[in-house]
Design a protein around this ligand. Sequence first.
Ligand SMILES: Cc1cc2nc3c(=O)[nH]c(=O)nc-3n(C[C@H](O)[C@H](O)[C@H](O)COP(=O)(O)OP(=O)(O)OC[C@H]3O[C@@H](n4cnc5c(N)ncnc54)[C@H](O)[C@@H]3O)c2cc1C
Length: 479
Amino acid sequence: MASSQAVEDLQQALPDSRFVFRGSEEYDDLNKTYQSALNVEIHPSCIFLPKSNEDISAFLKHVGLRALSGEIPIAIYGAGCQPLRGCANVQNGITVNLSSLKGLTIGDGRVSIAAGERWGSVYEELGKKGLGVAGGRSAKSGIGGLALEGGLSFQSSRHGFVCDNVINYEVVLASGEIVNANGKENVNLFRALRGGGNNFGIVTRFDFPTFEQGPMYGGSVYYFAPSFPEQIQHLVDELQKPEPSKDTHLMISTGYAAMFGPQMMCQNQLYHNHPEENPAVLRPFTSVSPQLDQLNSMRVLSLAEAAKEQAEDSPVIQRSAYFNTTLKADARILQEAAEIYTAGLEPIKPCQGLICSMKLQPYAHSLLDASTAQGGNSLGLSPANGPLVSVLLLTYWTNKSDEAAVLETMKTILGSIKSRAAARDLLVPYTYMNYAFASQNPIGSYGAENKAELQRVSRRYDPQGLFQKGVPGGFKLFP
Ligand SMILES: Cc1cc2nc3c(=O)[nH]c(=O)nc-3n(C[C@H](O)[C@H](O)[C@H](O)COP(=O)(O)OP(=O)(O)OC[C@H]3O[C@@H](n4cnc5c(N)ncnc54)[C@H](O)[C@@H]3O)c2cc1C
């Protein structure tokens, strides 16, 4: 339990309204806002709700030493959407919940977004001015997780990862100092933040360039497993074209949910950044047959509507876990991955509430080019690697008693996919931090040079290691 003396000291320095304690309704409401029950089950001693970057600065100055000594572990919460246990909550510690940091400033070709916003509100506000930004695809999702860990957006084929689009991070460092990191100030910190997670400070504002954004065409198509190999082939064909479209965003999945019966069901989530109905580039994916016509949601829609539909797609609080790897865009290995996944699920199908899918999300050449063109990041991917496909194993289930079996099954499936791909030289050593399970090593996957640089930046901006030892959640830089 965070020592009551420590919390009392903090209350001397900051207004009472910033603290929410166990036993109150507000505490229960806030602690329920995680996407996964694995995080809802964690109970901090106290939730700290800063209203400004000065509040955070005062907080770190007061608790820094106690956090370093292990007396009060700290967690940082953006919107609680990453399912990894303990990445944004901490048992018996203090969770810094950024949800009260609200506000957007739009102008001069950029939007400055406070860390407590969610992508849905950002798209609503920008949409009123005919503008868009390369942010997360779900209206519910927070800014920080994506802008600090990588992030796929509807516009990734043209604009790269979400983190590549950040042009300024306003950060409260371990010392309590508030700095900006961008292409001119604190340049090494800026690059490290693009993919380095919560290892360098608490980011209070994120600035992104905006672009003109009109209506799009997109939505979902549902169909049956026998058509999945053909859809994989279409995906790979599109990625391997000499000039694949920069206007598409494609996700194809195969999965299982008891409500659909014993067979695997498949979903294509398809977007094209123009209002044209069923454009030629999407037709191989929209015309899959047979399909569940009543679930087809393809239509002309705004960016805000697309993000709202994505948010509705994810089940409300369940136990959930993600695992991922990255493969070369090769139809045979992706098909083998689907076969391994389908067979591997059998033992856990009886688990109550099981909903799971293997989602394939391409990193087109153009995405990797845009990433490099925007100054680079810490992720260790280069256009020479591409085109690639991110393989995400997404699992939801109900009972704690099934947890060990579910997680073990996913580890085994992932291990088999990776070894099959490695044997054919189709495995890329990149693990996406947002989608990684605790047993995975995303920072190690960035490569020795990138990891060493992240460690160097950490020693420079956080010499005592507050964000390594005092903020234990998430993926850390030092063993
Ligand atoms: C419904 C849903 C939709 C999703 N859609 C996408 C998508 O379109 N594209 C994609 O790539 N991924 C997507 N994901 C995965 C998503 O990127 C991660 O869950 C992301 O981390 C969520 O961000 P958050 O701010 O809510 O994270 P949180 O869970 O609050 O935090 C995640 C990590 O980031 C740290 N962090 C958060 N904010 C800050 C900050 N301001 N300063 C310092 N550290 C911070 C936390 O400490 C924690 O370690 C989705 C997930 C869900 C549940």
